[in-house]
Structure formats: C-alpha cells, structure tokens
Design a protein around this ligand. Structure first.
Ligand SMILES: CC(C)(COP(=O)(O)OP(=O)(O)OC[C@H]1O[C@@H](n2cnc3c(N)ncnc32)[C@H](O)[C@@H]1OP(=O)(O)O)[C@@H](O)C(=O)NCCC(=O)NCCS
Length: 232
C-alpha cells in the first residue's frame, strides 16, 4: 500500500505478517539474539523485504547492519528506509543517483495514548489537527502526525547526521492532496545549519497510517554554452 505514495524510482517490498522471514546473516542474527520473539520476527521479515528491494535494483543480498543511532548502513549507491508495526513491514530503496533522502513510517490507525500528542506536537500542529479531525473524523490524525515526524526523522538523520526532537519539525498536512510539508525549525542548537522544507505523502488504509518523505537528488543543470570553441 505504500507504493501509491512513493515515486516510481523507489522500489518497495512489503509484508502483512511474518510468515516468510529472511534467514539472517550471522552478524544480523547477533543484533536480535537477545530481543523478544516479536522483534526478531519483524526484523527478519523486514530484512527479507530489503533483499527483495535489492534484487529489484539488480543488487546482490547482504547483511544490513545499523550505523550511528540505528540508521541502516545501506550498500553504496543505495539509500532507503524501513518500518514495521503490527501487521505491516516495509522496506523502500532507491539509487542515490535518484534520491537524496528517504524516510518511511507506518503506524496502527489508532489514537495516540492520552498525553502523547502534547509531547510530540507543536501548538500550531495541535490547532491544525482540530480542523483535520472536523473535516474527516475517520483518520487518527494525531497518530498520522506522529508517523510523519518519524518519517521526517528517518529521512533527515542519515542525510545530515543531525538528530531532531519532535518539536524541531513543524508539519502542515494537505488532506485533499494526501501530502504534507515539514519545516525543520532552525532555532534548536542541533539545527544551526538553517531551515529546510521536506515534502511528504501519506495514506490511511487497512487500519494503518503510513507516511513517506522522499527528496529527489538534484542534478545540476548543464552550464549554458558560450558559443565559443577553444580555437575561436
Ligand atoms: C528511530 C525511530 C524513528 C524508529 O521509528 P519507530 O516507529 O520506533 O520504528 P519503525 O519500525 O517505524 O522503524 C524502525 C526502523 O527505523 C530505522 N532506523 C532506526 N534508527 C534510525 C535512524 N537514526 N535514522 C534512520 N532510520 C533509522 C531502522 O531501519 C529500524 O528498523 P531495524 O532496526 O529493523 O533496522 C524512533 O524509534 C525514534 O528514535 N524516534 C525519535 C526521533 C524522532 O522521531 N524525532 C521526530 C523528529 S520530528
């Protein structure tokens, strides 16, 4: 279901249960050796999704290990993102020649526990959620906002090496266009590099809310020709 909100140059593999987990490489298995069973299963299913994506890109399988702060260390020439929640596991990958930043996140379409919204949302975001809820009470907009922030973080951190708190991104949702914009606020000390605007898409189906942020790689335009040849 996430395919509908991703551009065509992003490949996707998804699973709705853990019936076909990957056989883990020893270095992957070590990472979850002491984890609870459910974590081991979601990890192995997501690794299978990653290998399916690599195959779609014509790349061989291999262990996918975490780097700093848990961000996956993708093979060279590839970037991507992983999410898992109850009933859904997804990997999305693209060539770094096409995509500069990518983050995906899925959550159950259930309201956030009491008190959580106030700790993850800015006052302006909470006010805008009221409008979204009034227009379409069928979507858990608070959970979707949380998912969007997670997707923003997963795109932002690996590309910049800078962590974000939930208050560091101000998200505006366009319900009709199933899109959103995240303004990374420049005020925090972690973001002293300046403001940035990330665009994302969202969907809510099958009791899930899903968000994706994909920043295309900008290819420099060729320089205008002067019309002179070296000999002229
Ligand atoms: C890292 C984090 C975003 C993961 O999200 P989650 O909803 O808990 O879990 P998900 O299943 O959706 O995603 C887990 C996957 O995210 C990826 N991930 C973990 N840390 C990451 C990071 N620093 N950067 C990018 N991706 C990361 C991993 O691939 C992980 O799966 P794996 O361990 O099986 O490889 C979340 O735990 C977190 O730390 N959030 C706080 C920071 C934040 O979101 N700030 C909001 C800023 S606006």
């Amino acid at each position: 279901m996430i395919e509908e909100i991703l551009p065509p140059n992003v490949v996707v593999a998804e699973a709705y249960d853990d019936s076909a987990p990957a056989e883990l490489y020893p270095e992957e298995a070590r990472l979850v050796a002491n984890s609870v069973d459910s974590r081991r299963r979601e990890f192995a299913t997501a690794r299978l999704c990653v290998r399916r994506c690599l195959a779609q890109l014509g790349l061989p399988p291999g262990p996918l290990l975490p780097g700093r702060h848990g961000a996956p260390r993708w093979p060279e020439s590839v970037t991507g993102s992983i999410t898992h929640c109850t009933g859904y596991r997804v990997a999305a990958l693209a060539r770094t020649s096409d995509v500069a930043m990518m983050g995906i996140d899925a959550e159950p379409d259930h309201p956030l526990p009491a008190g959580v919204l106030e700790s993850i949302a800015l006052p302006g975001e909470i006010a805008r959620l009221r409008g979204l809820r009034a227009a379409d009470p069928g979507v858990c907009w608070d959970r979707l906002l949380f998912s969007m922030k997670e997707a923003v973080y997963k795109a932002w951190y690996p590309a910049t090496g800078r962590r974000l708190d939930f208050g560091d991104a101000d998200i505006e949702v366009d319900a009709a266009a199933t899109s959103f914009t995240a303004r990374i606020l420049p005020s925090g000390p972690r973001n002293s590099g300046g403001a940035a605007l990330l665009k994302g898409r969202w969907t809510a189906r099958r009791n899930l809310v899903v968000s994706a942020v994909v920043v295309p790689k900008v290819v420099a335009a060729p320089r205008a020709q002067s019309g002179r040849t070296p000999a002229s």
